[in-house]
Design a protein around this ligand. Sequence first.
Ligand code: PLP
Length: 406
Amino acid sequence: MNTLEQIAELERKYLLQTYNRYPLVLSRGKGVFLFDIEGKRYLDFVSGLGVNALGHAHPRIVKTIREQAAKLVHISNLYYHEYQGLLAEKLCSLSGGSSGMSRAFFSNSGTEAIEGSIKLARLAGHRVGGAAKSRLVALEGSYHGRTFGALSLTGQDKHRKGFEPLLEDVTFVKQNDVEGLRAAVNDNTCAIVLEPIFGEGGIYECSAEFLQECRALADRHRVALIFDEIQCGLGRTGTIFAYQGFGVTPDIVAIAKPIAAGLPLGAFLAKEEFASAISPGQHGTTFGGGPLACRVALEFLAIVEEEKLLENVNRVGAYLQQELKELIGKRAAAKEVRGRGFIQGIQLDIPARPIVDAGLAEGVLFNSTQDTVVRFLPPFLLEEKHVDKGIRVLKKLLGKKRKAAA
Ligand SMILES: *Cc1c(COP(=O)(O)O)cnc(C)c1O
């Protein structure tokens, strides 16, 4: 029972048909490489959608999982374990100490971190403005997850269609439209929710000016400014929190993808002014914040620090950007490079999926999003030589050369 055809056939028969997988069965990984069941090697520019920031089978993560799995995996949130408080303290400290976040709640996924964030914003809103202070502002083109709350904030019809009615109290604004933002936010707004850099939406950055206006309006109307850093956060932009590179601090920040090196864990962190709106019993989770996931997350953060991985993200990310920009000059189908660090995208004027498909034969995993964007979310361990390999393959796959400018 182990050829690609047999595995795919079984899934076709028994799985809810929600995914359109690539024809590839992976069996192990090492660093920035993955290996399929036949032993063929692939260079990984995807990191399991931004999750495997330490690559695959990092020795310290393997050791930590082994040790903790033999001691205690799950206890529920009825009891204390050693690691949840330590992880919350570490994240709050990294978020900016007294000018950053004060408290954390741990979930199992990014979507749940968003759900918790908007529940907290509703409580805080109702506390200062009564039941009417419940409206949410989100951005067109955004992505926040698949549950009803997170989907209600997701500004893309393709994800929403068929699931209506969603939360009705959401106003959508165009990214970086300051006038539109001013028109949308008022005293009945309880939260502005945004990704500082759109991930699934195609790697579009919010401008500093737009984020500053979000901050100013949130302060004026006592609104929770919520940043979804589930994809761009925890080092991918070259700072631990993406907002540290934009100079605007939110009131609540949602994180997830890389936090526990592949184990399911998410979190939202909040400033005290908002955190204090919730009481015991008002929110909870069975699995969230367990001893295995929290201890691995502490190890993840320690490794990022001790191996100086942010420096690597900044240096190799700049190199990746430079190389992608050069590609624009050389290949007719390549139009624009967006993003920073290890969250970048190259805009094509042709469909991206065939490029990604063809990458498999070349031994490189790319990812496409929004039909025409090739997205790069590589492990933080990626080196210049890996970039060179990826660019070489992309160049080949993009085919036709750009004509020299007249
Ligand atoms: C992935 C993602 C989510 C959803 O996280 P899950 O872990 O899939 O629930 C939410 N927001 C952003 C920006 C994401 O990239």
